[in-house]
Design a protein around this ligand. Sequence first.
Ligand code: DX5
Ligand code: ZN
Length: 225
Amino acid sequence: MYQVCPSMLSADFNRLGEQIQILENTGAEVLHIDVMDGDFVPSISFGMPVIRSIRKESKMFFDLHLMVMEPERYIQDFVDCGADSITVHAEACEDVLRTIQRIKEAGIRAGVAIKPATAVSDITYLLDEVDMVLIMTVNPGFGGQKYMHDCSDKIRELREIISREGLSVDIEVDGGINEETLPVALEAGANWLVAGSYIFSGDIAGNIQNVRYHMQRYEEAGVTA
Ligand code: DX5
Ligand code: ZN
C-alpha cells in the first residue's frame, strides 16, 4: 500500500487549519508530523498543544516522527494527543526495542527511523516488532534539504530483506522528495513518501496529484504489499 505523507513542517502555520483542509479534500490520508526537541536535532518545531488542536479538526492519520532524545518519556502524551503512529529514532533511544514495545502496547502503529549515517543492519533485529521503518534521506532537523542519493541503497537493502522474510513492514522515505527524487525512492522500494517543501510550495492539491501519479505506476505493478 502506497501513501503520500505531506509533512506539516512546511505548512504555513498562519493558515494551518485551512491547509490541512486542502490536504483532506485531495484525499491525502496521512499527515506527517515532525516533532523536534532542539537536542536530538538543532531545531525546535512544535509539540503537544499544536497536535491536540489539529486533532479536533482532522480525520487524517497522524504519523508522528519524533526527533527527540529518549522519546519513551513522551509516548503516552503523544498517544493522548491523537497520534495514530509514532516513529522514534534508533539513535535517540536508550532501549529502542522497549520503546517500540511501549508504542505497540499503547495500541498504535510503531516505526523506527534511521539517519543517513546509520546502517540498516543496526535495526534489522526490530523488523518483527515494527510496522514501519523510516529511512532519512537528509540529516534530520530541517525541511527543504537535498535528497542524499547514497541512501537509496539502504532503501533497496531493506526492501530486499522485507521481501525475503515475507514481512509486512512499510518503508517510509523522508527528506528531499520532489518530482525528480520521488521515482528514485519508489524504484528503490519505498512505499510511504514524505514530502514537505515540495507539496506546500505552490499548488498543494496539484503537487499531491503529481506524487500520486508516480505512485500509481508502482501500485499497479504490485511491488509491495
Ligand atoms: C526533516 C523532517 C522532514 C521534513 C522534510 O528532518 O523529518 O519530514 O519536513 O522536508 P522536505 O520534504 O522539504 O525535505
Ligand atoms: Zn519527518
